[in-house]
Design a protein around this ligand. Structure first.
Ligand SMILES: Cc1ncc(COP(=O)(O)O)c(C=O)c1O
Length: 373
C-alpha cells in the first residue's frame, strides 16, 4: 500500500513550498538543486543527480558504460525495471541466482562473468544491503567491470559508516509512492565518479553539453528531469528519513523477537538492523507450508502481505521471449521465491500492530499446517 506518511507539519511545509514554486520556478529550480545536495550529503557521495524515476538513473549509469551489445549480470529476484533498464540500454541482461538473503549471490555471479560482461547490478532487496556488497566491488574492480547498486529500496541503510548507494560505481534510488522516501515519482543517481556525474547531467537534459554556453547536444537523449514539486516532497521526506528508519527498524525488531524460533518461519534479516531500511520484511516458509493458504489467512485478518517479486525476472513473459528463459534455469532462486512472503513495514505500524502481524503469521502457519495434515 502507498503510505507516504505526511504529518501536519510536513503538509504545511509542502504547501508553503508549493506557493513559492508557483511564484518562482516550476522546473530546474532551487528544490531540485537542494534535494541533490542534501541527498549526496546523506549518502556520502560527491554527486547526486535527480531524475524522473529510478529507471532513468539505471539507464544513465548503464549508458555511461556503453552496455549496448554486452552482458550485464542482474539478480533474477528484483523488480522488472532492473532488467528492463539493461535491455532498453541495448545490453543483454544475464540473470543470476540469489542466496538466502534474496540478494545476488557472489559465487554464482563470478561463474557467469565472461569477456562479454560489462558489469553487475546488485539489488539491495527489500532494503537489506546485499551482504556481499564489499566483495562484489572488489571482484568488479579486479575484473575491470562496473558495479551499479539498485538501491531503490534502501535509502539510509548502512554498513558501518558506508551508506547504500556509495559501494558501487553508481547507486540508483527510487522515490515512487510505495518506497521508503516517497515523492510520487522520482529517482536519484549517486556517484563519486566525476565522469559518471557529467554524463548523468547530460543524460538528464536530452544529451546536452552542460558546459557549453549555447545548446549543444552530444548524444541522443530525452528529458528525464525531476520536477520542482517532486523535489519539494522528496526533501520533506528526506528530512524525516532517520525518524522513518527508526520506526521501520522498531517494527522489524518486533517481528524478529516474536517470530524467533517459530516453526516453519525464517525471517530474512540483515546481520544488524542498521544494514537495512526495511522497505519490507521478507521471510521464507518451510517448503511443506502452503504459502497461498498463509497469504489468504493473513489478508483475511487485515494484514497486507505480498510476494515481492514473483515470478522471478527471467520467467516474466518479456524475458522468456527476449532471453529464451524457462522454468528450471535458476533453480535456487525459483525454489526460494516459491516459499517467500513479505510482511508489511512502514512508519505508521505501531508496536502493537507489529505484535499482531507476528501473532497472525504464527496462527496462519499453524492453520495451514493443520489443513494440509
Ligand atoms: C528494485 C527496483 N528497481 C527499480 C525500480 C524502479 O523505480 P522507478 O519506478 O522509480 O523507476 C523499482 C521500483 O519501482 C524497484 O523496486
Amino acid at each position: 500500500m502507498a503510505d507516504p506518511h505526511f504529518n501536519a507539519e510536513d503538509k504545511a511545509r509542502i504547501l508553503e513550498g508549493v506557493d513559492q514554486i508557483l511564484d518562482g520556478m516550476l522546473s530546474m529550480g532551487p528544490n531540485v538543486r537542494a534535494f541533490e545536495e542534501e541527498f549526496a550529503a546523506m549518502v556520502g557521495t560527491r554527486h547526486a543527480i535527480a531524475m524522473n524515476a529510478c529507471t532513468s538513473t539505471l539507464e544513465a549509469a548503464l549508458q555511461y558504460y556503453n552496455v549496448a551489445g554486452r552482458e550485464v549480470i542482474v539478480p533474477a529476484e528484483t523488480f522488472i525495471a532492473t532488467g528492463m533498464a539493461v535491455h532498453l540500454s541495448g545490453g543483454i541482461p544475464v540473470f543470476a541466482e540469489v542466496g538466502d538473503s534474496l540478494c545476488l549471490d557472489l559465487a554464482d555471479v563470478e561463474a557467469r562473468v565472461t569477456e562479454r560482461t560489462a558489469g553487475v547490478i546488485v539489488v539491495h532487496m527489500a532494503g537489506n544491503i546485499a551482504p556481499e556488497i564489499q566483495a562484489f566491488r572488489e571482484m568488479c574492480d579486479a575484473r575491470g567491470i562496473f558495479l551499479i547498486e539498485d538501491a531503490a529500496h534502501s535509502p539510509g541503510a548502512r554498513i558501518g559508516d558506508r551508506q547504500a548507494g556509495s559501494f558501487g560505481h553508481a547507486g540508483c534510488f527510487s522515490f515512487f509512492s510505495t518506497k521508503v522516501l516517497a515523492a510520487g515519482e522520482g529517482g536519484m543517481l549517486t556517484t563519486d565518479d566525476d565522469a559518471i556525474a557529467t554524463f548523468a547531467r547530460s543524460f538528464q537534459h536530452r544529451g546536452r553539453d552542460m558546459t557549453a554556453k549555447t545548446e549543444q547536444y552530444l548524444m541522443p537523449g530525452r528529458n528525464v528531469r525531476m520536477t520542482e514539486m517532486a523535489a519539494l516532497v522528496g526533501r520533506t521526506q528526506l528530512a524525516r528519513l532517520h525518524e522513518y528508519l527508526d520506526r521501520r527498524r522498531m517494527v522489524a525488531a518486533v517481528y524478529a523477537r516474536d517470530l524467533a524460533g517459530q516453526n516453519g518461519i525464517r525471517l530474512v534479516m540483515p546481520a544488524s538492523l542498521e544494514n537495512s531500511s526495511f522497505w519490507k520484511v521478507p521471510l521464507l516458509l518451510d517448503p511443506e507450508i502452503d504459502r497461498v493458504a498463509v497469504t489468504e489467512y493473513m489478508m483475511g485478518q487485515g494484514v497486507a502481505v505480498d510476494w515481492a517479486y514473483q515470478p522471478a525476472l527471467h520467467l516474466q513473459p518479456v524475458f522468456r521471449a527476449i532471453g529464451g528463459y524457462s522454468e528450471g534455469t535458476l533453480p535456487r532462486t525459483e525454489a526460494l521465491l516459491s516459499r517467500h512472503l513479505c510482511l508489511p513495514c512502514h512508519p505508521r505500524i505501531s508496536e502493537d500492530d507489529a505484535i499482531y502481524v507476528a501473532q497472525t503469521l504464527v496462527e496462519a502457519v499453524r492453520t495451514a499446517a493443520r489443513t494440509s495434515a
